[in-house]
Write a protein that binds this ligand. Structure first.
Ligand code: AMP
Length: 134
């Protein structure tokens, strides 16, 4: 059975898309640590663990994530875009990109930010707009 993230990339489950190409898809985390918290996934493999990806997919994913991080930095006020790979919940490789004001923003145990549907849509559109300008 397809993972939830494969179904998101196919559009079978809704998401707030921030970037896409033939091989990769990026969308807002539904339970964000900070505004603009994004997940970047490969579309064509469901490998659970990033370091099990074939070299081509691994390199493509990290390159795509770097471009998404640049778009996030332009769209969301932050000092840095933090990068994390956990995979404790969803067994489909994904990179977290998290706009940071301070180290504590990367604490995965902290309370998540509450965002309305309109906030999610606005943030996603702004990142997507910047991504398409890169
Ligand atoms: P982990 O597998 O530990 O890296 O965590 C999975 C992340 O995916 C969590 O931050 C969740 O909030 C996020 N997540 C789970 N389901 C969805 C979904 N349907 N849309 C967006 N983000 C999701």
């Amino acid at each position: 059975m397809a993972t939830i993230f494969t179904r998101i990339a196919k559009g079978e489950i809704p998401s707030y898309k921030v970037a896409e190409d033939d091989d990769f898809y990026a969308f807002l985390d539904i339970n964000p640590l900070t505004e603009g918290h994004t997940l970047v996934i490969p579309k064509n493999t469901e490998a659970d663990y990033i370091f099990d990806l074939d070299e081509h997919t691994y390199e493509g994913l990290t390159k795509f994530a770097a471009k998404v991080a640049k778009a996030i930095k332009k769209a969301v006020p932050c000092k840095r875009v933090g990068v994390a790979v956990l995979g404790m919940e969803v067994p489909h490789t994904h990179i977290h990109l998290i706009p940071l004001q301070s180290e504590s923003d990367m604490d995965f145990k902290k309370e998540r930010v509450k965002m309305s549907e309109a906030d999610f849509a606005k943030t996603a559109n702004e990142i997507l707009r910047n991504f398409e300008l890169l």
